[in-house]
Design a protein around this ligand. Structure first.
Ligand SMILES: Nc1ncnc2c1ncn2[C@@H]1O[C@H](COP(=O)(O)OP(=O)(O)OP(=O)(O)O)[C@@H](O)[C@H]1O
Ligand SMILES: [Mg+2]
Length: 252
């Protein structure tokens, strides 16, 4: 059942800081929801809770009708819950291609016992993973730098590689944490069209961005977060025009 992401009563506090205050939020399959709010609002924390980096104090995370709240991050990823990281987390001394392969679920070459027992199948799987990684790079316009080390790749393209790595998991729900910061020109347009294509194929997409123009162009609707709470949901235009919310955003 492809219903997307549904989060209910998600709660988390770190000491005195409440990062998730009874959040109810759904991202339906095929929709692109923009998550906006000032620094420290809890947007990345929300992604950490949904993707399983951080355990909630209470609440539930459902993916396509299945409760994934108790599952580890890797298991959620296997079920199609993919995310990017605000601070990239790429391996600078590895090639673009290897960065994608390292994120692949159960990358067989990493398991020595299986390597010894099933070398034929593993070689086949690895070839398939490589072909898939090259295909993902093609889709995102980076096939030409597959064998370049990350350290030699400009920052804007590194951001796209972060997205490409998430695509290796065949996402059913994709969480993008500030994918546009530092990205411009062709990479900006490529990312827009890739995300639109994913949504058109039924993926639920949630995008955190401070770039309001990007959110306005891309998202079907927006959600405004502040102090761990969802304060408003609606079309992006009306959220950014709401003086109460802009005051919270800019702190004026
Ligand atoms: N592991 C943690 N331990 C303690 N405090 C944390 C932890 N993770 C996040 N916080 C705090 O929670 C609050 C929300 O942080 P979060 O990173 O979710 O904000 P954000 O909305 O993503 O902000 P930005 O737009 O700057 O990325 C901040 O005050 C942050 O310092
Ligand atoms: Mg953040």
């Amino acid at each position: 059942m492809q219903t997307g992401l549904k989060v209910t009563n998600l709660c988390k506090r770190f000491g005195g800081i409440v990062v998730a205050d009874a959040i109810d939020l759904d991202v339906p399959a095929g929709r692109i929801v923009g998550l906006i709010g000032p620094n420290g609002a809890g947007k990345t924390s929300f992604f950490n809770l949904v993707s399983g980096v951080v355990a909630p104090d209470a609440g539930q995370v459902m993916l396509d009708g299945e409760d994934v709240t108790g599952l580890k991050m890797a298991e959620r990823a296997r079920r199609g819950l993919a995310r990017t990281w605000q601070n990239l987390r790429l391996f600078p001394s590895l090639s673009v291609l290897d960065n994608l392969l390292i994120g692949t679920r159960d990358y067989p070459g990493e398991r020595l016992s299986r390597l010894a027992l099933q070398s034929g199948r593993i070689a086949r799987d690895e070839t398939q993973d490589r072909l898939k990684a090259l295909d993902v790079l093609e889709r995102i316009g980076l096939a030409g730098i597959a064998h370049t080390d990350i350290v030699n790749v400009p920052y804007g393209q590194q951001k796209l590689i972060g997205v490409a790595r998430a695509l290796m998991n065949d996402p059913r729900c994709l969480l993008l944490d500030e994918p546009m910061a530092g990205v411009e020109g062709q990479a900006y347009r490529t990312l827009q069209s890739v995300v639109r294509g994913l949504a058109a194929s039924g993926v639920a997409v949630c995008v955190v961005e401070h770039n309001v123009a990007f959110i306005r162009d891309l998202c079907n609707e927006g959600v405004f977060m502040f102090a761990g709470k969802v304060l408003a949901r609606g079309d992006v235009e009306s959220l950014v025009a709401d003086p109460r919310l802009t005051e919270l955003y800019f702190g004026t």
